[in-house]
Design a protein around this ligand. Structure first.
Ligand code: ZN
Length: 202
């Protein structure tokens, strides 16, 4: 199954997506390069397993986050206060080392009329996390998409995450997490709204 996929503009063109056999062969190469024998019993099925794992890590490329948010509900009796989904766990991979980024997301918005099912907010976080990422960009993407699709009075997003490229290689700093935020609309302009949201981020 050699699907043709459109990659981001940085790719320069429409690229041909490698098939599963090519990916498994690449992992056998990495095992050989590490100094082990990909044919020995314990490693024989590893390239296939790692390929399936990578399929999960990067499943977000197949999801359009705007579509996730397209089903909204209008029968809210005029509800116009903040809606916050707190501590959504996510696992991503940094685009510099392909090392895990493990964290939680707080996502809030103040609706203008229509609201979205809360599981959809979690699915937007998942769609952007299951890609090669940097935390700053992921934070902005989540907020921007909610703002563009739902057009609420404002959006607030906070991400807290530990980066394995920091803890397991390089400077090896453990117990460090990174906090990023993006505030739009009333979350950016109104200090009271911003404070109300940040007080709910623990
Ligand atoms: Zn990294």
């Amino acid at each position: 199954m050699n699907a043709i996929v459109k990659l981001p503009p940085s790719c320069g063109a429409v690229c041909e997506r490698p098939n599963r056999e090519e990916v498994e062969a690449a992992f056998r190469t990495i095992i050989r390069w590490a100094g082990d024998d990909p044919a020995r019993d314990g490693l024989a099925k590893t390239p296939a397993r790692v390929t399936r794992a990578f399929e999960e890590y990067f499943a977000g490329y197949a999801v359009d986050p705007a579509t996730v948010l397209s089903a909204t509900f209008g029968e809210t009796d005029g509800y116009d206060e903040m809606i916050v989904l707190r501590g959504i766990p996510f696992e991503s991979h940094c685009e510099h080392h392909m090392a895990p980024i493990i964290g939680r997301a707080w996502v809030a918005y103040v609706p203008t009329g229509r609201v979205v099912g809360i599981s959809k907010l979690a699915r937007v976080v998942e769609a952007y996390s299951k890609r090669l990422q940097i935390q700053e960009k992921m934070t902005a993407q989540i907020a921007n998409t909610i703002q563009e699709v739902l057009q609420p009075q404002g959006v607030g997003v906070v991400l807290k995450a530990s980066h394995h490229c920091l803890s397991s290689r390089g400077v090896q700093k453990h117990d460090t997490d990174m906090v990023t935020s993006r505030m739009l609309g009333c979350f950016r302009n109104n200090p009271v709204t911003r404070q109300e949201f940040l007080a709910l981020v623990k």
